[in-house]
Write a protein that binds this ligand. Structure first.
Ligand SMILES: *Cc1c(COP(=O)(O)O)cnc(C)c1O
Length: 399
């Protein structure tokens, strides 16, 4: 069949460029030690930064949520799917980040991907002349949100505020939207949010902050990047995900109540989808309590100690550790094939580390993406450090 032949040709081309991706089936809960194909692996690749994905209290809350509310929501939020658990979660989320916003309100979503599609299409829905200013290293969901909105989108180079400023100055649009990751997912560094916000206020632009990797991990209370930088502004539109540090799933937008009402009325990725199972929202209330409480603080301190340990222990010459202080600790190798061989060699030793290639990152910047979690022990991180130092010294001869 002609159509299948064409797909197979395209897949072969990917394979020749070493770009075929493979999934592995995990048989245990998410955690530092996982079981795959009957083997126990030490995993440094999940986004479960605080080790909450398999937390006993959250699991208990999930069970309780199912008992209270059943399994499914049955409909979209605007029909009959919006339950008491969703409403309580949204209220709690608005409090969680509300110190940084004006007239804060929160709206929950099934996934961060959908929240990003919704926020960008929602903010531009009333204005086809709107313009988007998007940071070069933004997550795919922000890029796709800009595409779906069908308004003009400018991409400014990574962390280049001078370039952004000239774009903003030159723009005649009445609705301007600057969108950025707070923690860049493949590099682990932080966006210069205070200066970005100052620019946005000066040019009357929204600042949409995707805090997928900062929510729960940054700030004394785990409130995220806005707490970390101590920002407060009515120009801020905040997106947090609930499947990473929060350990469950879903996402939310928090912003001025008028922004949220606009999304409810206009954002198609919000309107035309079934609400998440209410039990998830119920479990997330427990997750938020943990994040804000002593346990969250202890877990964030443990994560920071492990980041410092990795920083001290790695002795790299050819490979390059990117300057990140977050849980995302990439090791730049460059070459696709060498990166894949390094990932495979670690895997052989029982260490599971993500090997990231283009198009997820720019050509020539393939890397190992080590992610640390408060669930790891320092002995486990020492094992990883020793393995990486040895592998790098074997270098190009790696088979
Ligand atoms: C993971 C991620 C998302 C998507 O969130 P999901 O809840 O996984 O859909 C969005 N933005 C960034 C920066 C992310 O890392």
């Amino acid at each position: 069949m002609e159509l299948l032949n064409r797909l197979n040709q395209q897949l072969r081309a990917l394979d020749e460029q070493q770009l075929i991706r493979k999934r592995r089936t995990v048989e245990s809960p998410c955690g530092p030690r996982v079981s795959v194909d009957g083997r126990e692996l030490l995993a440094f690749c999940s986004n479960d930064y605080l080790g909450l994905a398999n937390h006993s209290q959250i699991k208990l809350a999930l069970r309780e949520g199912a008992a209270l509310y059943g399994a499914g929501s049955g409909a979209s939020h605007l029909i009959s799917g919006h339950g008491r658990a969703h409403a309580m979660l949204e209220e709690r989320l608005a409090q969680f980040v509300g110190a940084h916003l004006e007239a804060p309100r929160a709206l929950s979503f099934c996934t961060g991907y959908m929240a990003n599609l919704a926020v960008i299409t929602g903010l531009t829905a009333g204005d086809k002349e709107a313009e988007i200013f998007s940071e070069a290293l933004n997550h795919a969901s922000l890029i796709d949100g800009a595409r779906l909105s069908r308004v003009k989108a400018h991409v400014y180079p990574h962390a280049d505020l001078a370039a952004l400023e000239s774009l903003l100055k030159a723009s005649r649009a009445t609705t301007k939207i600057v969108v950025t990751d707070s923690v860049f997912s493949m590099d682990g560094n932080l966006a210069p949010l205070p200066r970005l916000l100052a620019l946005c206020e000066q040019h009357n632009a929204w600042l949409v902050v995707d805090d997928a990797h900062g929510f729960g991990t940054l700030g004394d209370k785990g409130h995220g990047a806005l707490e970390h930088f101590n920002l407060r502004s009515p120009y801020l539109v905040y997106m947090g995900t609930l499947g990473k540090a929060a350990g469950v799933g879903g996402a939310f937008i928090a912003a001025h109540e008028t922004v949220i009402e606009t999304l409810i009325q206009k954002a198609r990725p919000y309107i035309f989808t079934t609400a998440t199972p209410p039990a998830l929202a119920h479990a997330l209330l427990t997750s938020l309590d943990l994040l804000e409480g002593d346990e969250g603080a202890t877990r964030r301190a443990q994560l920071q100690a492990l980041v410092a340990q990795l920083d001290d222990g790695l002795r790299l010459r050819r490979w390059q550790r990117l300057p990140s202080k977050t849980a995302i600790q990439p090791i730049l190798i460059g070459d696709n094939a060498e990166t894949m061989r390094a990932g495979a060699a670690l895997y052989e030793q029982g260490l599971w580390v993500g090997a990231i290639r283009p198009p997820t990152v720019a050509p020539g910047t393939a890397r190992l993406r080590v992610t640390l979690s408060a669930g790891h022990t320092s002995a486990e991180v020492a094992t990883l450090i020793a393995a990486l130092n040895t592998l790098e010294s074997i270098g190009k001869d790696l088979r």
